[in-house]
Ligand binder design. Structure first.
Ligand SMILES: Cc1cc2nc3c(=O)[nH]c(=O)nc-3n(C[C@H](O)[C@H](O)[C@H](O)COP(=O)(O)OP(=O)(O)OC[C@H]3O[C@@H](n4cnc5c(N)ncnc54)[C@H](O)[C@@H]3O)c2cc1C
Length: 336
């Protein structure tokens, strides 16, 4: 089969681009490895509620069918994405994991278990959460541990004393919900960057949008400061019940040692330490497997005809979010 454009991945980035290309009558196909759209959201932890209200979580041209100010649950966003693909009859091949992407003449050969597809241009929208990132000292632990990618609910945890590692929203939310059942210590590698989610009853994203901040890029200094942890519901109160620890630098058996040299024994560790993308399937000489470089090039790779969508901060501070990824998709579509 031959296509002008193949998009790899039917998450928010792939769906947004698909809809944009559909409107301009392009010949394209989306390949998705999961059996249903939205599965990557469904797999996330049970209590996950989006910090972006429904108004900022919808994709182009179709409302979420939720009150605009409400915060969708992870299953609601998954179901909405599934409805979105069906509503616009987007050409998506499910259960089509891309095994390799190689150069073929002026275009590309994309191999899946179902055969090969040829494309003039390829957009990699396979997400940045494909590989859970775990600190190297985890290898020296003898106690059980999991990454937030496999954490579902407090039932996922064993023992009494739990260490939650990470300085983002997932770490904060997981640490907070575990306080009801466990003795929780929260280890952070820097001062958490807390921000209230609501000011005068309005989401901070509404203010950021109205002030045009969502479309601005973030300086490297601010990016390195790390993501903001949005405080809503009883998150702040519950986090007060956790014990705080600085960055862990090493471990041995059940014992961990932090940057202050303090040693402590735990029963279980939850790593909410982020993710890395997986571009191993790209087997093209000259492909720069370097997120910073791809970001600097706004997702336009050095390989002609090969593009990326969904890289954190690809163009703006909201590129990571549903709201911003669709703007990046519209920008990219102009070049396809
Ligand atoms: C815990 C958590 C909470 C978040 N909360 C919010 C929020 O409240 N609001 C918000 O706007 N954003 C939020 N985000 C950020 C962001 O919206 C998501 O990470 C989003 O899933 C990224 O979209 P994407 O389309 O780039 O990638 P993904 O959603 O990861 O989609 C990529 C798709 O590509 C598929 N794929 C991967 N490899 C292949 C392959 N080789 N072949 C075929 N298909 C492949 C995957 O199965 C997946 O369906 C959150 C992220 C996390 C981790």
């Amino acid at each position: 089969m031959k296509k002008q454009i193949v998009i790899i991945g039917a998450g928010q980035a792939g769906l947004s681009l698909g809809r944009t290309l559909q409107k301009s009558g392009k010949d394209f196909l989306i390949l998705e490895k999961n059996p249903s759209i939205g599965d990557n959201w469904r797999k996330r932890f049970d209590s996950l509620v989006l910090f972006t209200p429904a108004r900022y979580s919808a994709l182009p041209d179709l409302e979420m069918a939720l009150p605009p100010k409400s915060q969708p649950t992870k299953n609601q966003i998954a179901d909405y994405f599934e409805r979105y693909a069906a509503h616009f009859e987007l050409p998506i091949y499910l259960n089509h994991a891309v095994e390799s992407l190689t150069k073929e003449g002026n275009g590309f050969a994309i191999k899946t278990a179902h055969g090969e597809i040829f494309a003039e241009q390829v957009v990699v929208a396979s997400g940045f959460c494909e590989r859970p990132a775990i600190p190297s000292w985890a290898a020296d632990l003898s106690i059980p541990y999991i990454h937030s990618a496999s954490y579902k609910s407090p039932v996922s945890v064993k023992g009494k004393k739990v260490l939650v590692v990470g300085t983002g929203n997932s770490a904060a939310q997981i640490a907070a919900e575990l306080t009801k059942y466990y003795d929780v210590t929260w280890s952070v590698n820097r001062k958490p960057n807390f921000a209230p989610l609501y000011i005068f009853g309005r989401s901070v994203l509404w203010f950021a949008d109205k002030l045009g901040l969502m479309d601005k890029s973030l300086s490297e200094k601010k990016r390195k400061k790390g993501e903001q942890i949005y405080l809503f519901g009883d998150l702040k109160q519950k986090l007060k019940q956790t014990k705080r620890k600085t960055k862990i630098v090493s471990a041995s058996g059940a014992l961990v040692i932090d940057t202050k040299g303090k040693q402590e024994v735990f029963d279980f560790v939850v790593f909410a330490t982020g993710f890395l993308p997986n571009y191993d399937f790209i087997q093209i000489p000259g492909f720069e497997n370097n997120l910073d470089q791809l970001r600097a090039q706004e997702g336009f790779s050095l390989v002609e005809g090969l593009y990326f969508l969904g890289i954190p901060h690809q163009r703006t501070r909201s590129s990571t979010l549903i709201f911003g990824a669709q703007k990046d998709a519209i920008h990219l579509a102009k070049h396809l």
